[in-house]
Write a new protein. Structure first.
Length: 94
């Protein structure tokens, strides 16, 4: 039975120096834990988005695509003197 809750701020190895697990490993771990959805919010890129969507749907999870963005010229985001924004898409239109 799918859980009512989901990890909403996960990073994959596509987040350079910030995430370590490949998309497939994240999806497998979340599906194995009984969650019904997973949000992937990599840092400053969407490189893992296509693989994430396919892997998540294949594992029976609802994929929620997100993104973390550093402020341009902000020097690396929260905790490093710059602003950080995180956003999750509501649906296919964003």
């Amino acid at each position: 039975m799918a859980s009512c809750c989901a990890p909403l701020h996960s990073r994959s190895s596509s987040s350079l120096l910030r995430g370590t697990a490949p998309v497939a490993r994240l999806v497998a771990a979340v599906a194995g834990a009984g969650y019904g959805a997973l949000a992937l919010a990599d840092r400053n890129n969407l490189y893992g988005a296509a693989e994430f969507g396919e892997s998540a749907r294949g594992a029976g999870l609802v994929p929620i695509l997100g993104l973390e963005l550093d402020e341009p010229g902000g020097g690396g985001g929260a905790g490093a003197g710059g602003a950080l924004a995180a956003a999750l898409a509501r649906g296919a239109a964003g």
